[in-house]
Design a protein around this ligand. Structure first.
Ligand SMILES: [Zn+2]
Length: 385
């Protein structure tokens, strides 16, 4: 079988920090990761990692766009451009995330994703959609359009999933039928997540009893911690096994909050996300309209032209990892599970994705040790960057 051999890698994988390593890939999977010298064969494809980090390819379960495109744009080109952008970040698997829009627009997004799959997913891979809304709390919309908010409907989800699989739904648990909806999601293989929510702790518990274990962008657009009602932020600290998504750009959450989360919560239940918008991978000065409001990118921050409110993220996964590593000092071999393996476990891929280890699929990202820029990306054992 044709082999790919990566020499001189500094492997960072959950519970593993190994310099001077050699990774052997056969077909799609990793055959070995160790420091023993490999006898080369003339048919080998070889790569020198030059001592840079080699980590499990990032899994971003919450991202709306990149390269000026949003997943909800009707243009079928959008998903290709987003997937290309994500791959440049070292994201090998992602869940394209929808906005709170009409049912027809959601069907079009699913149809466009089907076309991307039909073309063999040439950039980052995607197993399915993350529906962020439309079943959210109208008072906690954030950048979502309140006009399209509606009550949870598993019928609507099934119609979308008939076009392309749905893998996650962010919804407000306190809405009518919210607890039962969690159960309905599991029955069709979807991870239910509490988000854009005004829930109190007591509102969460019936959905939790029905299996809900995920929180959408922890701390953002949810009830804050108060000493007489701990809200969803308190719930995230009180309940260990809630898988909390975290936007690690030091803007959506200040460095002290990142420190609080990563040093006080169990790292097995934290998932880094980007929640990136169309303006990610764009240059400063790029302007666009979001729900009729003008947004401009300056200093890497997307803010409303009027008022200056934050309008979304431009974060890259590797930058998020760097930020948390610098803020907390937590070793990379402990932190790295929050960029892919935790996500893989929750989605049911924990034995295939998220580790640089024998038997795992060779989805890998190579990062420059000095500036953390992506210098190589492998998907299914094939070098794509
Ligand atoms: Zn989002």
């Amino acid at each position: 079988m044709e082999r790919t051999v990566i020499y001189n890698a500094h492997v960072i994988s959950p519970a593993l920090d190994l310099e001077g390593a050699t990774i052997v890939i056969e077909g799609k999977r990793i055959k070995s990761v160790d420091k023993t010298a490999v006898k080369s064969r003339p048919t080998d494809k070889t790569f020198d990692a030059k001592g840079n980090y080699v980590m499990p390819g990032f899994i971003d379960v919450h991202t709306h766009g990149a390269n000026t495109y949003d997943f909800c744009d009707p243009d079928p080109k959008a998903i290709f451009e987003i997937a290309k952008g994500k791959l440049e970040e070292g994201v090998t698997t992602f869940l394209p995330t929808t906005l709170t829009v009409s049912h027809e627009e959601l069907l079009t997004a699913a149809e466009n994703l089907r076309k991307y799959a039909k073309r063999g997913m040439p950039y980052a891979k995607t197993p399915g959609i993350h529906l962020e809304g439309p079943f959210i709390n109208v008072k906690c919309c954030g950048a979502q359009n309140p006009e399209f908010v509606r009550k949870p409907s598993i019928k609507e989800v099934k119609e979308i999933a008939a076009v392309f699989p749905v893998k996650q739904i962010s919804y407000a648990v306190e809405t009518e039928g919210g607890a039962k909806f969690a159960k309905d999601c599991f029955s069709i293989g979807v991870v239910p997540s509490c988000g854009h929510t005004g829930a109190k702790l007591a509102d969460l518990m019936p959905a939790y009893k029905n299996g809900l274990r995920h929180m959408t962008h922890f701390c953002n657009q949810m009830t804050p911690l108060h000493h007489r009602e701990i809200g969803m932020v308190g719930a995230g600290f009180l309940i260990e096994d809630l898988n909390t998504e975290v936007i690690c750009d030091k803007i959506h959450l200040c460095p002290d909050m990142l420190k609080l989360i990563f040093t006080r919560r169990n790292l097995a239940h934290i998932q880094m996300i980007t929640d990136s918008l169309r303006c990610s991978h764009c240059k400063d000065g790029y302007a666009f309209s979001m729900g009729g409001l003008e947004v401009k990118l300056e200093g890497g921050e997307a803010r409303l032209v009027k008022g200056g409110n934050l309008a979304g993220s431009t974060l890259w996964m590797g930058k998020g990892l760097k930020n948390v590593h610098e803020v907390t000092g937590i070793p990379l071999k402990d932190l790295v599970r929050t960029t892919s393996w935790n996500q893989a476990i929750e989605q049911g891929w924990g034995k295939d994705l998220g580790k640089v280890q024998k038997g795992y699929i060779a989805d890998l990202v190579m990062l420059n040790k000095k500036n953390w820029k992506t210098v190589g990306v492998f998907v299914d054992g094939e070098r794509r960057i």
